[in-house]
Write a protein that binds this ligand. Structure first.
Ligand SMILES: C[S@@+](CC[C@H](N)C(=O)[O-])C[C@H]1O[C@@H](n2cnc3c(N)ncnc32)[C@H](O)[C@@H]1O
Length: 257
């Protein structure tokens, strides 16, 4: 039987299975709180956006699969894309729309958009939530026009990732309890092979939060929770490259013609 976890940090003790998408409804108020339960998604969105090249033509389209509340949007400002977000969770899409994303409620494994429509497809922190992740990869590649760019980040299917991203991170304020099902983590080699099958040569690199910034952030949060005050302003931890892809990794690839 699957593990279960309390999902409602902000709204009470509803108990849901791991990776149940209803957790995003319970946590809807957290998306845009820079120091809230989804803080790390903000840091990752900034790092993902850095992989997105400026648009090379007018009306270029970026499709953001599993866009959540549109945290990528501010980091794309000035790059010249129309930003379309696809997600299962309506409460998240409402917030994405408020941040300028054109939203489509749908499943990343069957996206209601035409072949080759996208100059860029982003799949940030999505694949490790999709039981049939190869189908989401096939969809991402199908949406890309030849020469289009795929950017993604996800968690690797390793014992170290399960230790760090579930057992440790779920005890810290960086990852909501129960949000991940470690059985769904994405083997990096299998992901590269799947992308290649669909015409995208994916390059990977490991990433992690910068240690000093992360410790300073945890300290600011701990002090604020002791005094029940707001978290004092400070630089958000940066996401930096690391040699190993064993836990968290980014991928970038170009769709062949
Ligand atoms: C960890 S959040 C990441 C959100 C966003 N990409 C970000 O980085 O801020 C995962 C998102 O994927 C969505 N999701 C999960 N499974 C999905 C699926 N099969 N199709 C579309 N969206 C899905 C969830 O609703 C949630 O908004």
């Amino acid at each position: 039987m699957r593990d279960v976890a309390a999902a409602g940090a902000s709204t009470g003790p509803r108990v849901l299975p791991r990776n149940d998408p209803r957790q995003y409804d319970d946590l809807a108020g957290e998306w845009w709180r820079p120091d809230g339960a989804f803080a790390m998604l903000h840091w990752l969105a900034e790092a993902r956006a850095a992989l997105v090249p400026p648009a090379t033509r007018p009306d270029a389209l970026l499709v953001d699969l599993g866009c959540g509340a549109g945290l990528l949007a501010p980091h794309l400002a000035g790059k010249g894309y129309r930003h379309v977000g696809v997600d299962l969770t309506r409460s998240a899409l409402v917030q994405a729309a408020e941040h300028g994303v054109r939203v489509v409620q749908g499943d990343a494994t069957a996206v209601p958009l035409p072949d080759g429509c996208a100059d860029v497809v982003s799949a940030g922190e999505l694949l490790e939530h999709v039981p049939a992740w190869p189908r989401a990869v096939a969809e991402a590649c199908r949406l890309l026009r030849p020469g289009g760019v795929l950017v993604l980040d996800t968690l690797n299917d390793t014992a170290l990732a399960r230790l760090v991203a579930v057992r440790i991170a779920e005890r810290l304020p960086t990852v909501p309890r129960g949000i991940h099902d470690p059985l769904l983590f994405v083997d990096a080699r299998a992901l590269v092979a799947e992308c290649a099958r669909h015409g995208v040569d994916l390059s990977l690199r490991g990433i992690r939060p910068q240690v000093g910034g992360m410790l300073a952030w945890l300290l600011r949060r701990a002090r604020a929770s002791r005094t029940a005050g707001a978290v004092p302003a400070g630089r958000a931890p940066r996401i930096v490259p690391t040699r190993s892809t064993a836990v968290l990794y980014q991928g970038r690839g170009v769709r062949k013609g």
